[in-house]
Each structure stands twice: as structure tokens, then as C-alpha cells.
Design a protein around this ligand. Sequence first.
Ligand SMILES: [Zn+2]
Length: 621
Amino acid sequence: MKKAIYTLAFIGALYSCKTTQTSKENQPVIASIDLVNVEEDKVSVSVDPDRFTSDNTTFYIPKTVPGTYSTDNYGKFIENFKALDYDGNELEFEKIDDNSWNIPNAENLDKVSYQVNDTYDIEDEEGVFSPSGTNIEAGENFMLNLHGFVGYFENKQEEPYRLLIKRPQGLIPGTALSKTVAASEDMAFKEDIYSLGRYFEVIDNPIMYAKPDTTSFMVEGMEVLINVYSPNEKYTSESIKPGIEEMISAQKRFLGEVDNTGKYAILLYLSDSEKQDARGFGALEHHTSTVVVLPEAMQPEQLQKTMTDVVSHEFFHILTPLNVHSKEVHYFDYNDPKMSQHLWMYEGVTEYFANLFQINQELIEKQDFYDRISDKIKSAQQFDDTMPFTEMSQNILEDPYKDSYYNVYQKGALIGMALDIRLRELSDGEMGILDLMKALSDRYGMDKPFEDEELFDDIVELTYPEIRTFLETYVSGTTPIPYNDFFTKVGLEESETEINTGYFIKGQTPYIDGDPAKGELFFRENIQFNSFLQELGVKGGDIIKTVNGEEYNIQNVYNLIMKAESWEEGEEVSFVVMRDGEEVELTATTAQPTDTDTTITEKDLPESSKEVKLRNAWLKG
Ligand SMILES: [Zn+2]
């Protein structure tokens, strides 16, 4: 997951699979987390397994978790590791690497204990994407992405877990999990007890502890919980509920009978732009919940739009990978993961659905939908268009592939669109990609993974022989997708027009970028600037120092974008930029910025033409 500081369109990813198998014979692994006695922003944790019969074991904290597609080494945030025997004496251990501790005398081992540091208040969060990161703020907020807190012993990932979380009075958990609660005698704290079938369920169920702000609603038999943490109380769960309710209702109608989740929790953490806080904006999906991190400074309308895009994407993961995934996903190895070739489907098709359902359910206008497609084409152009998507996916944790990760939401979605149009064409409008995904989910389902190598064969069997050519040319092949050929089939065309832009962003594409190492903001090179930036005299590579006297960097870039949005036309603004090592002052008068843009528009064709009929089947199918 890349921290595109301004781009909110990016999201987390893949899940693995839930098999509920609470074995009765086994003593659960008991993990205790103390949120009451927090010292220096660190939380104490102990993990107590059943008695070992082997004379050696290794304790792990995940290196990678499903959905992030990045190596994050959560063990880096662990301190004061101790292995303890049944009398409380310390046992010897050897730290093997960031994420693993070997304990030789395992038969004497009672439990391990350690302290956990959080990621949100570390500069740059050590590269951990905030929705999979952790927050520890005593008495105020705890973001428990549990893979950052609770580890597992070698070969014990499939054993049941019991989580005991001691929390202060005044904070409540937001989670899709059910719990039982015990209170201390003096009522100073409570202990929440959660039972989980296996380690995967521990990490699949994030919990956010915060002051109570919960609301819920029912959609066709599914309960949706919303928990919001807004540090300056700008937003409440009630304030975002109407938009979420409209969206999830529309998603349920779009999906039809596929979805079978009984409860879904949305945990929204709004980050404070005035202090050191989470800066990786987006979300990470889980089977029955999602963690969303966004700037609290966002305006209500923008927050709603972003929540719609981000949460709908996460919710559509119910289809894939939850119900359609390969063995690599199903048997995820947290410390030595093997990646599947099919990110184009897990992420790309999911992202495509998150846009398609909005036009299908009339939440947006057709032109909005075409503009989104157009933005994705432009974003995808920033990546190597000949890199086979399957090869990139399989190697996504390595160079040079990992830098292409963001493209799974761009070109991945466009693969979904092109495949959808091709299927509609071959079936005379009858079959689209949603039908294909439903057929795959009938064939597989959440407990039955497919073989990575066999997915194309399955798809061809369920659709048409021509689809093999499509997949082998544009997904596993090196040929760029000729988008115009697909648009022609549905009566669309690309044309150049003049459009209004933001001061710093055109559609989804910003004119500025950030250097994470230096924290600097700069104007991008080799792009055309909008009319305002041209008037200002900006050059590619200019580093932004101040705007109207205020200093800006990666940390507060959102404030800059927000401020610019409130500029009235006719105001004098002044920028100080560094150009070739010298400070340069630039001034201009604000006016609605414009830029030229390639847009997708409908050709003027009769309603009865085959193109318009196919278009209607595609968008309204
Ligand atoms: Zn995703």
C-alpha cells in the first residue's frame, strides 16, 4: 500500500479466509492486552499458550498481513520481550529477526510478555499503512489492529484464541466481534473477553476503543455498525450514517443474493492534521469489518464521497477474495507469504464494482462514471503498461513490482471494465462480470480455494472461448488494453475538452507530490499545469516552502488543499518555492483554474443502435 498523501482513491486489499473451527480439546491460546496501565504510549501484552510438548518453539509477530501487500515487520514495534516459566522466572530466548523469537526450553514455557509501541505517532509510521497500523493514546483511543499486538507460536496458528482486553471506564470497543464483559470490583476497569477460532480470526477482527460513538442500522437482514473517532468532535457516527446507509443498501441491491454477512462494522478513525497522527489515508478490508482512516479536516461532502468510494470497495471484497480466492490467500503465511497472480481480480474487479454499482444504482450520473474511468486511464499511464499483471501480482512484495501496487486500483479496475464489456458483447448483453463472479463464487466459496494456475481455465469454462484470448493478451500478456476499441463497442469516444480543476488537483491527479524521505512537497515534473499554476509561474520540481506565509510539508498538505478550496476568486496569493537551491517568490490572483483534459463522452447514436443497447446492458444490466 502506497502512501499517496493526496490520493484518497487507494485502499487496502485482500483477505484470506475464515474457517470456524473451535477445537474443544485444545486449551485456547490466551492473549491479554492491558489498555488501563499504559506507560509511555506502550501497551503490555502477554500470550499464554497451552503447555508445550516440544523442546523448542518460535514466537512470531506478523511480517505481512493479508490485504496490505507490503512487508511491514510489525515485530519492530515490540519491546521488552520476555519468555516466562510457570514460576515467573525468565527463560532464555534468541531474537532471530524483527518478527521472531526462538525459545529453546519450550516445555518450561508458561507465556511470553512484551510491550507494544504504536505506529500512528511515529514519523512516517515506519512505512505501515495507517488502516493496518496501531494507535495507543491512553484514555482516548486505541486502534487495535491485532496483528500489531498479538503474535502466534510456531504451528499453533490453527488453535483457538481467547482475547482478554482490560479497558478503562469510558472507552468502548468498536468491532464486529461479540464479547462478554467482566468488571473489576472497584469498577475502575472492565475486561472484554473475545473467543476466536484461530489466529487468522484474531487479525481479521480489528477493534477500535474510543469514547462511545456508535450507531447501527439494518439492511436486508445485515446489521451495519458505525464507530467513529473524531478527535476534535467534528464528525459523529450519526452524521455519517445517512450516506453509508444509502450506499450499503445500494450495494446489497446490486449484489443480489451473493452476500451472506450477518454483521458488518465500519471503524472510522479521523486523523488530526494539527499534530503527529495517522497519515496513510484509505482503508483495509476484513471479512466482517473495515478500518478507515481519513483526515478530520475533510469537508462533509468530500468525506461522504470518499467514504462511499472507500467503504464500498471494502464491502465488495465480500465477493472476492472472500468467496473467490486461491490457495495462496487461503493458507496465508504471515512470515513468508506467497502471493497469488490474481490481484487484477481481488483488487481490480473489486474497485471496478465500487464504481459500477454507483452508476447501476443511480448514485452518480453517467458522465461521472465516464470521468472516473478516464481518471483511471490517466493514473494507469504512470505505470509500465506492458508489465503482465499476473507477474506483478505474484511478485508484489519485491522490486521492481512493488512500486506498481497502486496500479491494481487503476489498471486492475480497467481490466475489470474491459472484461465486462467483452462479456456483454459476446453474450448479447446477457452476461457481465458480476455474473461471472457469482458463478465463480458458486463453484468455490469461502472455504474452497482455487489453484492459482487454473483460474483462467475456470473462467473460460464459465464464459466463452474468446475470453481466454482476452485474459492471455491483456492480463497475463504484455499488450496494453486498447481502451478506445472497447469504448467503441458501447458507443463512447475519447475527446479533448477544457475542464475546471482544483488549485492543486485535476480530478484524481494532483499537480504536486511529496518526498517521504525529506517531507517536502514539490510540483510534479513533465506534466501540464492548470491555468492558475501557469499564471503563477510554477516550474516542475519547485519545492513548496510557504503559501501565504504558512509553511507546508507532507504532514500538513491536507491543510493546504483545504485552504485552497476556500480561496475566493480575486485574492492575491503568494508562494515561496525552492528552485535550483534558491528561494523564489511567486504571486498570482486566484481565479477558477482550468486545464485541458481527455474525456470520455457518448457518441450521438440512436437508442436502437447495437452500441447503445450494449451500453445499457453494461451499465444497467
Ligand atoms: Zn481492496
